[in-house]
Design a binder for this molecule. Structure first.
Ligand code: HEM
Length: 400
């Protein structure tokens, strides 16, 4: 049995492992629920340990201690912008989250379903008419970019020019021992462009508010006990825009690969043998677009029988938790009618994904259209993204 450091090295560097990390996740789980790699770093390998790390208050996002801080935040630290809510802890995290949570409530998002279906149908018909095309650039990315742009109030003509910058920044979130210096430089330039863009857009929303999230955020801000500064609104806008499509685009690609890889289950989707909700929940579990997360300890604790010191960083293997056979029967099989606990794909605890309902709605509409239009998709060629943390496809040539 390989030791944890050999497994971590393979996870961070081995192309084949990153193409399919699920076999190595089983090796991690065989080593234990909580495995220390050294005095500062360890992994939570299964459902129970990942849940505890994401839920227990002793685990933080941005600890006081600088050395622990360095290992948590993306290597792209901006001095000119407050860290986004994703990297903050209560009480400020609670304040920031409260300022936008209402826009992502199911009742609010359900008012968008008709429009979302309209956009998806148009993109789908273009796919069908093209007969052979890249699913990622023709559907999986344009749909969530359009939708989150609409929610935020980003003018339609700007939405797709901003998308490549977000993808460059997303690369810095990867669990990778060989992070290329050029990746960081490119991400910094992209982040400059996005900050400049959203600062201007926030100023515009203040002077001429519209019926959208950013306008309400800056105008509501006044009614909040602690109003958001313009820089906080800018940081929030960047997070919501980026989180709104980079992940969902990956989910649609991963789900298509999973369905095409399991014809029996694909047939069950087409025949209506399973509900769209069941199919969505299982596809989110089976190959999640977010594979890793992490927290730092504020003080020494015992975690499932393992003592961990203050400042210790624990990486949570969400993809492994979703394949934990103590929770899911035959976890490596795609079973669209599967029942069982919610997958860890959207995290857990205070930072539970704000957009989970939206992401599931977008995947659900995609599956509905596959069923209604009886679309037998086949994958001709694909290129997987290098990133492990944000798992998905760069390109997926399909024929319909
Ligand atoms: C399939 C798609 C998605 C997946 C797998 C996903 C996954 C996650 C995960 C794992 C977290 C928790 C991060 C942590 O605890 O450190 C998170 C947080 C978040 N997600 Fe998503 N997400 C998805 C789609 C979306 C969408 C569509 C939005 C829309 C805006 C969104 C917005 C957010 C935000 C704002 C947070 C931070 C919440 C906080 O810090 O309180 N996500 N997401």
């Amino acid at each position: 049995m390989k030791d944890v450091n050999a497994l971590l090295l393979a996870l961070a560097t081995d192309k084949e492992v990153r193409e399919d990390p699920y076999p190595i996740y089983r090796e991690f789980r065989n080593l234990g629920s909580v495995v220390r790699a050294n005095d500062n770093f360890g992994v939570a390998t299964d459902y129970e340990s990942a849940t505890q790390v994401l839920r227990r208050p002793e685990f933080r996002k941005s600890p006081e201690r600088e050395d622990a801080r360095r290992s948590t935040v993306s290597s792209l630290r901006r001095q000119d912008l407050p860290p986004s809510m994703l990297f903050q802890d209560p009480p400020n995290h609670t304040r920031l989250r409260r300022s936008v949570a209402q826009f992502f409530l199911p009742t609010k998002l359900e008012t968008l379903r008709g429009k979302l279906r309209g956009i998806a149908l148009k993109l789908f018909e273009e796919l069908r008419d093209a007969n052979k095309s890249d699913l990622i650039s023709s559907f999986a990315l344009p749909l969530p970019v359009w939708v989150i742009g609409d929610i935020l109030g980003v003018p339609p003509e700007d939405r797709f020019t901003l998308q490549p910058d977000v993808s460059k920044i997303a690369k810095t979130l990867d669990f990778n021992f060989n992070q290329d210096e050029s990746v960081l430089r490119e991400a910094e330039a992209s982040s400059d462009r996005l900050i400049a863009y959203f600062e201007e857009l926030i100023a515009e929303k203040i002077s001429s508010p519209r019926d959208d999230l950013l306008s309400e955020l800056v105008s509501n801000s006044a009614s909040l006990d602690a109003p958001l500064s313009n820089k906080e609104s800018c940081s929030m806008a960047m997070l919501l825009f980026a989180a709104g499509f980079e992940t969902t685009g990956n989910l649609i690609g991963n789900a298509t690969a999973a369905l095409c890889g399991t014809p029996r289950e694909y047939e069950r989707l087409l025949s209506g043998d399973v509900t769209i909700k069941e199919a969505v929940d299982e596809l989110v579990r089976f190959d999640s677009p977010v594979q890793l997360d992490g927290r730092v300890l504020e003080r020494e604790i015992d975690l499932l029988g393992v003592t961990l010191p203050q400042g210790f960083f624990v990486a949570t293997l969400l993809g492994s938790a979703n394949r934990d056979d103590s929770v899911y029967q035959d976890p490596d099989d795609l079973v669209l009618s599967r029942t069982g606990p919610a997958a860890m794909s959207f995290g857990s605890g205070a930072h539970f994904c704000l957009g989970s309902y939206l992401a599931k709605m977008e995947l659900g509409v995609y599956l509905e259209l596959i069923r209604e239009l009886r679309m037998p998709i086949s994958i001709e060629d694909y290129h997987r993204k290098e990133s492990l943390t944000l798992r998905g496809f760069e390109r997926m040539i399909i024929s319909v």
